[in-house]
Design a protein around this ligand. Structure first.
Ligand SMILES: [Zn+2]
Ligand SMILES: [Zn+2]
Length: 272
């Protein structure tokens, strides 16, 4: 069983075929999907989807691209949404100094606010960091994020940075870019602790080979797992087992969670 630790099922891209998308994922062996929110309304949608599908969990947060309109009540709204039992993390939050869609000072402020919220609620963080790996690690250190840990999704940093993150209880998310022919991520995954890696699609973005140019979806996560197994010379089922148990422990879901125990009371046409 694989876990897609990062898929934006709440995005418009999946509006027309969400049921089929989740069904294809289940059929492909992707047993759990975590849907992070990118702002207040996206986080609400993620929760609604998690309520609908037993295999989907949500995270509540404000993305670095979405902080320009950040109002103080936004953090209260996120805190509210995060009370839902299927919200397993705060995020996606973080820093994007590559695209710089929002002023860096604002990005830093909203990131820190969300780390403090995660500490208050004792939930792990789903962190986006692009062109800002060093700054992200510094903020996480300063805010004592090691008390909750989390995942640095779509991680673009070095093995050394991944190790520093791991020491703070953070896994690194590896996705479709691992399958690209000139990707530096193959070198990266060869040089980090396999137990610090979780898999993700980041759907609808970053589709793995041979689907580049199309809408990505969780059902394509096995292509990433296969490439990881090949790069590390590990049996595929070992990659499934290790990455899934890291994700389960991180988000306290699946075998490591409480939600499974109450699953018989949910109505879910997909995962049964
Ligand atoms: Zn992201
Ligand atoms: Zn994302």
């Amino acid at each position: 069983m694989l876990i897609d630790t990062h898929a934006h099922l709440d995005f418009k891209d999946f509006e027309k075929d969400l049921d089929e998308t989740v069904r294809r994922a289940t059929d492909a062996g992707v047993g759990i999907i975590v849907n992070p929110g990118t702002n207040v309304s996206s986080s609400r949608k993620a929760v609604a989807i998690a309520e609908r599908f037993h295999c989907v969990y949500a995270a509540a947060g404000i993305h670095a691209h979405d902080v320009a309109n950040y109002l103080e009540e936004s953090i209260d709204a996120i805190a509210d949404i995060a009370q839902h039992p299927k919200v397993v993390a705060i995020g996606e939050c973080g820093l994007d100094f590559f695209r710089d869609y929002a002023p860096r000072g604002k990005q830093l402020e909203v990131f820190r606010d969300q780390i403090r919220l995660a500490l208050r609620l004792k939930k792990p963080l789903v962190v986006h960091s692009r062109g800002a790996e060093e700054e992200t690690l510094q903020v996480l250190t300063e805010e004592k994020a090691e008390l909750v840990g989390g995942v640095l999704h779509c991680f673009g940093g070095s093995p050394d940075q991944a190790l520093r993150a791991q020491k703070m209880g953070f896994a690194v998310g590896v996705g479709g870019t691992l399958t690209y022919s000139r990707s530096d991520r193959r070198d990266f995954v060869a040089n980090v602790d396999i137990h610090s890696i979780v898999l993700e699609t980041d759907a609808p973005f970053l589709p793995p080979q041979p689907h580049r140019g199309k809408r990505n979806e969780p059902a394509w996560l096995p292509l990433v797992a296969e490439r990881l197994a090949e790069t590390r010379s590990l049996p595929l089922d070992e990659v499934h087992r290790i990455t899934s148990s890291t994700a389960e422990a991180l988000f306290k879901i699946g075998r490591a969670g409480f939600w499974r125990a109450s699953s018989s009371s949910t109505t879910d046409p997909v995962s049964r």
